[in-house]
Structures are given as C-alpha cells and as structure tokens.
Ligand binder design. Structure first.
Ligand code: GDP
Length: 194
C-alpha cells in the first residue's frame, strides 16, 4: 500500500474514547523493546511517528493511527516490562481485554516477536488469549537482519513451536532495518480488509 497520510488521532484508555469510525483496525502488540514502534514506522514510511521507546512500558494508552483515511493501526502498550506495578499491569490487562474482545472492526492482532529468541511466556499468554477469544492473529518475527539468512527457517520453527502456532495463522519474517517482509504484511492486511 502506498501510504499518503498517517496521523495519530487519539490515545484512548476506554471505549467511549475510541474513534467514532467503522474503518478496519489492526492492533499491534508485543513485549517492550521488541521493535513494535520500528515496525509501525517502517510500514508507514515514517521516521518517528510511533515513538521508539526510551522508557519501555511507559505508554499505557491505545494509540490510534489513521492511515490514508482507510484503516487504523492501534498501538497497544508493550508488555513484560519488569518495573511496572501490579496495579498498572492489571489496568493494562483490562484495557486490552476490553478492546480486543469488544471492537467489531478489529480485523486482526499483529503479534510481534523477536526472531532471535524463542517467544517469552508473555508472548505465549498473548497468543493463547487471542486464540481463546477467536481473534485472528498475524505473527511478525522481527529483527531478521540480526540473524544470518541461512538460519531464518530454523529460528522461525522455534517461534512456531514455542507459541504452538496454529497452521492457518500467518507468520512473517520482518526487518525494520532492511524492510524485509513489508510488502507481505501489507498484502496480508489487504486480505483481512477485503
Ligand atoms: P518497542 O519498544 O517495541 O516499540 O521497540 P523499538 O521499536 O523502540 O525498538 C527497540 C530497539 O530495537 C531499538 O533500538 C530499535 O532500533 C531496535 N530495532 C527494532 N527493530 C529492529 C530491526 O528490525 N532490526 C534491528 N537491527 N534493530 C531493530
């Protein structure tokens, strides 16, 4: 997709703050520092629209980005940051659960993992949660540029096995450095919107 406009329209914590729009939405989830902001910026050809986080776990809002007046990206605050209090973690859980389970125009959740390492227990929990609620999930294994090409398939296999990925769930190798996987991701989004 050729991105001609991309703007943050609202940071929401509860449903009455979600945009009053029926456009399709894709939520982006992943643990803090996994490369989620870089993924968003790469897809949108922006240098710093989604803020690459100096303080992981800081943003506790759902950030809605309107793209080409056609669809939304919803940036979900990263999880798994140790210094977040129990109260904050619970508020995060409630906010995500409400959004994921009630938003009809949510087409899929994009779960971003790090190709270099096996998915964490938090990644597994997120994937299991999505499966439990029947929410379509696209898995992105990012930072592929940090692994030699010859080892990509081996690492992909570990990602799939650790998450116990269902065979119909797409999984895409990605790199925000090189743009690897970018066209594939847009093609998938297009499929989910049709
Ligand atoms: P977030 O906390 O999930 O939003 O993660 P960021 O996008 O801020 O990325 C965390 C760190 O990983 C930053 O230093 C990024 O430059 C780096 N990073 C993110 N994606 C990639 C990638 O695809 N390749 C490489 N080499 N580094 C990446």
């Amino acid at each position: 997709m050729k991105v001609t406009s991309a703007d943050i329209v609202i940071s929401a914590v509860k449903p009455d703050q979600y945009p009053d729009s029926a456009l399709p939405e894709f939520a982006l989830a992943g643990r803090s520092n996994v490369g989620k902001s870089s993924f968003i910026n790469k897809l949108l050809n922006r240098r710093n629209l989604a803020r690459t986080s100096s303080k992981p776990g800081k943003t506790q809002t759902l950030n809605f980005f309107l793209i080409n007046e056609e669809l939304f990206f919803v940036d979900v605050p990263g999880y798994g940051y140790a210094k977040v209090s129990k109260t904050e973690r619970e508020a995060w859980g409630k906010m995500i659960e409400t959004y994921f389970t009630s938003r009809e125009q949510l087409k899929a959740v994009v779960l971003i993992t790090d190709l270099r390492h096996p998915p964490t227990s938090d990644d597994r929990m997120m994937y299991d949660f999505l499966k439990h609620h029947g929410i379509p999930c696209i898995i992105i294994a990012t930072k592929a540029d940090k692994i030699p090409r010859g080892k990509w398939q081996k690492h992909l296999k570990v990602t799939k096995e650790t998450l116990e990925v269902e065979k119909d769930d797409p999984i895409v190798l990605f790199s925000s450095e090189t743009g690897e996987g970018k066209d594939k991701v847009w093609a998938l989004f297009q499929e989910y919107m049709d």
